[in-house]
Write a protein that binds this ligand. Structure first.
Ligand SMILES: Nc1ncnc2c1ncn2[C@@H]1O[C@H](COP(=O)(O)OP(=O)(O)OP(=O)(O)O)[C@@H](O)[C@H]1O
Ligand SMILES: [Mg+2]
Length: 511
């Protein structure tokens, strides 16, 4: 028995993986009805600790108490039976099932067909989902398949799935990383509501403002160890950041004046249609010079991803010209575009960014596996991969259990992300397309990646930055294009637009 003060209590929890102690003797208690945040660098052990509370792993050592009772959480079903729910950092949805089917999976409501045969009553489920999504402001169309909706909708589905199961202890692993600022506000309000109704919320996030805004207490992890648990109101964001990283972090960017070179990318009259033949990008034209960071600001879902996909070759434009250093590339394959000088960090990294079953070293070298140092005379050179990987691992502080030979699947979300950024920058391409390059990264890593992006620009690269973080756009961009409903409403040098103005254009307010 524990003393009853806590709804969740962990005592001396240790979890080891090959080459690393992910959680090292962690003891803490979470009170019923509070919002308890976890803060820590990428790879600090946050997801691992919460995965054990959700029954996905068992601790090597230590005990877990729920409502005062010692429990063995040997599966997520065992956790669900104790009313514990979790929204994972990487979604666990089935892409060719509908949203409703995903949400009810395993607990489908039944009805009798022709009054006789039990079959899944998807209509009832859809209605319940519609009601839920309305009351929480988490808009979804339950009849769409997961593969038809974007990342942010998928995240909403995960949240609805947990709410549908009426969990009492709700674990959110970086739920806001893929949401727009408006959606984040909504979610934080929802969390406040849930707390009022007595639910306990565990929130893993890298965003200090979210912790300040909503959490009651915060635990800080560093390299597998619990550093401190403290009431949020007593600490400033700067203090939290310093505790997390273990040193003083600077929260500002230094940017040298821009020196533009020749035009690298020219897009003219680009029009992209989606599956339903609807124009999601409408007659968009812009160009990016060497040494220029061109940022597209916009609310998610306004066509920015489709622009990036069309340039990189993942989506076929309906109309328009795309030229790279004067060469028309609109008909080229993805690989031909990579060779012509395009690096791409896509929105959905686990789908297009990395191959989870490959090692870290393989993923870092994968885009150039057919040339030295990765292969010679058609034969792969493991040594070439290893050396290349080790250099990037140091430069980008990519943390994992076993260095280059770590299976990518086992790496923490933020460290997978760092690996993709490192690989794409290392391609030494003339055009770098970055979609949400710092999503899911801790403050120290964001600082590092943003510096690297500025370095590339200073080396004369053209950068297309697509970010939902207005701060990131304002901090990095030389030129800002604001997209709304598939149209570039405004293109302007960054210095001539205030954050408020950009925000207005993002909402479709012209002039
Ligand atoms: N299944 C696994 N097999 C091997 N190593 C693992 C596994 N899961 C996690 N690890 C390792 O444990 C460490 C902690 O990972 P974890 O995912 O808990 O970090 P995190 O704090 O959630 O980081 P992030 O902020 O990047 O999501 C990492 O070094 C990771 O490589
Ligand atoms: Mg994590």
């Amino acid at each position: 028995m524990s003393d009853g003060e806590y709804i969740v209590e962990m005592r001396n929890i240790t979890k080891r993986f090959p080459g690393i102690v992910a959680n090292d003797g962690i003891s803490l208690g979470i009170r019923g009805g509070e919002i308890f945040a976890f803060l820590g660098e990428n790879g600090a052990g946050k997801s691992t600790l919460m995965s054990m509370l959700f029954g996905m792993y068992e601790p090597d050592e230590g005990e877990i108490f729920i409502r005062g009772e010692k429990v063995t959480l040997s599966s997520s079903n065992a956790a669900a039976a104790l009313n514990i729910g979790m929204v994972h950092q990487h979604f666990k949805l089935i892409s060719n099932y509908t949203i409703a089917e995903n949400i009810v999976l395993g607990i489908e409501p039944l009805k009798k067909a022709a009054g006789l045969f039990p079959c899944v009553d998807i209509k009832t489920a859809e209605k319940k989902i519609r009601d839920l999504s309305k009351s929480y402001g988490l808009e979804v169309d339950p009849t769409l398949r997961i593969e038809q909706v974007n990342v942010s909708t998928q995240q909403r589905v995960e949240i609805l799935k947990m709410l549908y199961r009426e969990a009492e202890i709700l674990i959110f692993d970086e739920p806001t990383a893929v949401l727009t600022p408006q959606e984040i506000e909504f979610l934080l309000e929802i969390m406040g509501e849930l707390r009022k109704k007595g639910k306990t919320i565990i929130l893993i996030t890298h965003k200090l403002e979210e912790i300040k805004q909503i959490a009651d207490r915060c635990a800080i992890l560093r390299r597998g160890k619990l550093i401190k648990v403290l009431p949020v109101k007593d600490a400033s964001t700067q203090e939290l950041a310093n505790l997390m990283v273990g040193r003083e972090v600077s929260m500002s960017l230094e940017k040298t004046p821009s020196r533009f070179g020749d035009v690298v990318l020219e897009v003219e009259g680009l029009t992209v249609r989606n599956e339903d033949h609807f124009e999601v990008v409408k007659d968009v034209s812009f160009s990016i010079r060497g040494g220029e960071i061109f940022a597209i600001a916009g609310v998610s879902g306004n066509g920015q991803i489709e622009i990036a996909d069309a340039i990189a070759g993942l989506a076929k434009p309906h109309r328009g010209r795309i030229s790279l250093k004067g060469q028309d590339i609109a008909g080229d394959s993805i690989r031909a575009r990579t060779e012509a000088g395009i690096a791409y960090i896509p929105e959905d990294r686990q789908k297009y960014g990395v191959i989870l079953d490959f090692t870290l070293g393989e993923n870092l070298g994968i885009k150039k596996y057919y040339v030295p140092p990765f292969s010679e005379g058609g034969v792969l050179r493991p040594e070439g991969f290893r050396q290349f990987a080790e250099d990037l691992i140091v430069r980008y502080d990519i943390r994992s259990g076993e260095g280059a030979k770590t299976p990518t699947r086992s790496m923490s979300g933020g460290n997978q992300q760092k690996a993709i950024v490192a690989r794409e920058i290392a391609l030494d391409s003339d055009l770098l397309i970055f979609v949400q390059p710092t999503r899911g990264l801790d403050i120290g890593a964001i600082e590092n990646i943003q510096k690297q992006i500025l370095d590339e620009r200073d080396r004369g690269k053209a950068v297309l930055l697509i970010s939902l973080e207005l701060d990131e756009v304002m901090g990095l961009a030389d030129t800002i294009g604001v997209i709304f409903n598939g149209e570039l409403l405004k293109v302007s040098p960054a210095g001539e637009l205030s954050t408020e103005e950009v925000g207005k254009y993002m909402m479709g307010v012209k002039g």
